[in-house]
Every structure is written in C-alpha cells, then in structure tokens.
Ligand binder design. Sequence first.
Ligand code: PLP
Length: 367
Amino acid sequence: MILLTPGPLTTARETREAMLSDWGSRDGAFIALTAQLRRRLLALVHGEQTHVCVPIQGSGTYVIEAAIGSLIGPDDKLLVLENGVYGARAGAIAERLGRQVSYMHWPQSAPVDPETVRAALRADPSVTHVLLVHCETTTGILNPLQAVADAVAAEGRALIVDAMSSFGAFDIDLRRTPSTAILASSNKCLEGPPGIAFAIVARQALEAAGTAASVSLDLKAQWQGFEKNGQWRFTPPVQVVSGTVKALELLEAEGGPPARLARYRDNFAVLLAGMKRLGFSLYLDETVQSPIIATFHMPKAWGLTFAAFYDALAACGFLIYPGKLTGEETFRIGCIGAIGPRDFESLLAAITSILDAKAPGAGPGNP
Ligand SMILES: *Cc1c(COP(=O)(O)O)cnc(C)c1O
C-alpha cells in the first residue's frame, strides 16, 4: 500500500527493517541510541547552543499537551493563531488545562497575518505565549513562520510552534527564527514510524518551568530524566526510536530538509498537474499551498462519494485521506513519505481508470 496521508505514511524499507530488533530500555546501546535521536533532532533546527530536545512517548498531540502544560503557567496567557483544526485543538488543550487562552481566527484558506498578530500583542500585554501551526495540515496551508516569529520576539513574547507536518522538510533555523519551543513527531516529514513526539525547547524556558499538572506529560521532568542517566522515565517505544534514528540517517543521506522539500515539491507538481488535467480543482490558492498535503474539491456533478473513491483507490493500492473542511465535499492527498513522482504518475493512472469506469467515455478527462 502507498499511503498518501499526512502520517503515519509510507516509510522506507530500511526504516521498517531497523525495527526488527529488541532493545533493553536501560541498556547502554539503547541509551546511546536515544542520545543520537536527541542530538540529530536538535541539529536539524540548529538549536545546539540554545535549546534541548525532549522526546516523549505518543503521537504529536501528546507533546502539544505536554508543552502547553509545562511551559504555560496559571498566570500566563496563550494566544492561539487559528486557521484550521490543529490550532483549534491546541486551544482546546490549553482550555482543558485551565490556562487563559485567547484566539485570533483566519479563514481556513487564508494564512496567518503577522502584522495583525503584532497589533494584537501590542493591544494585549497580558499575552505571554503565542502558538502558531506552521503547516496547517487541515488544508495544507503554510503559515509565515519567520515573520510571525519576528513579530512575537519583537513584542517580547514566547512562541510555541506546532511544526508537526513541516519539521524535516522546511528548513527551520533557531539561530534566526526565535522560538521557545518547536513541536513535531516521528511520523510525518521525518518519514519515521509513529510513536514518538518531541519538543525542541529553549533551555531557559524549561529551567524556569514550574511543575506540570501531568506526571507523564511533564516536559521538564522528562528532560531532567534524560539529563540524569540518558534514559526515558517510562517505557520507551524502543523499536520506534530505532526506526526513527534510521529515518534521520536517511534524511541526512538524501541531503537534509532542502532535498526532501524538493522531492515533495516534485511530488506535488506531478499531482497538481495531473489532477487539473482530470478536472479536479485545488481548494487553496496555489500561492499559499504547501507541498505537504493537498486538498481537492470533489466535483458534485460526478456523483462520486469520498467513500466510493477511497475504496476504488485502495483496491489499486493507494490510501488517500478524507477532507477536514466543514460544509464542503473535499478530500486530501498527502505528498510526503518515502515516495516519489513516479508513485504519483501511478496514482493518476489509477484515478483516470476509476473515473473512466464510473462514466465511460463521458467522465472528466473525456469531455
Ligand atoms: C499530525 C498533526 C498533529 C498531531 O496529531 P496526532 O494525531 O496526535 O499525531 C498536530 N498538529 C499538526 C499540524 C499535525 O499535522
């Protein structure tokens, strides 16, 4: 199966093979592997001088909950920049934790605007932290990280970045993009298996953090655990750590984030050109679309439901993703994973045959 999803996604055979061994979680070999994981992740965003890497067991949401619960205190206030479901989810987490939260909303088709963020921060000095979703996987829209980071830093607030679906593909450089925490997980652009999330956190912010309300999702305690003896506090997903370290080696061998982004751009270009030829249209304006995941309209006139389309593509070996927009029939195709433009040529051939079978001789592409 080729997974055209935002993760878990198609991984390289070597990554899967790296998960065939057992590891003692308190053994020296695994401690060294964990150290390598932390070092490589930190180096990817050039945080060695200022930040530390704190991995945590679980999916991406776990580290978002850990970061909000550990870095934002009861007297602090979080401003969530929301233009999709992941921003909304981060806000819901902060609310559940009893934190003070305010929101700025944009339509799901519009990127966050750094200038209005700057104005909002000037207007509300009680905001201490700002949360930005770098790539909103809801639609695939790319938000302007550098400009938002500059605005937040200029106003003297802390920035938390949900970089879940951008980390490993987009170059994030902490030496020039001021951020208190960058959050991501193993199973998106790193092309690793699911099971680990991580925070790249400013050492100072972590040192200043109080006690989190959660024992297991306490970033500071988790970090202190690694610093003490190199071990995870609680049972680590050992095979996932091994698979992720292999995936990081493969990322480096490919040429790092710029080379990976270039491959994703090629994937997206093949996909978009082919889908347009078949009569599908992109939900987002191309100027704000990232090559991570693309949302397409499902043309009503074709009488094709998502479920039928999904099943037909699954029978051809491709798993696509449902849309996440309210009020519009859409579906999503991920461009990330250990896949290349040729896989997208095959996908387009499969879609063509499905549409032809549905409306022989009269379907889209056969006007
Ligand atoms: C995947 C993702 C998450 C985390 O979702 P999980 O299902 O917990 O892995 C958070 N934010 C964004 C932008 C994502 O793409």
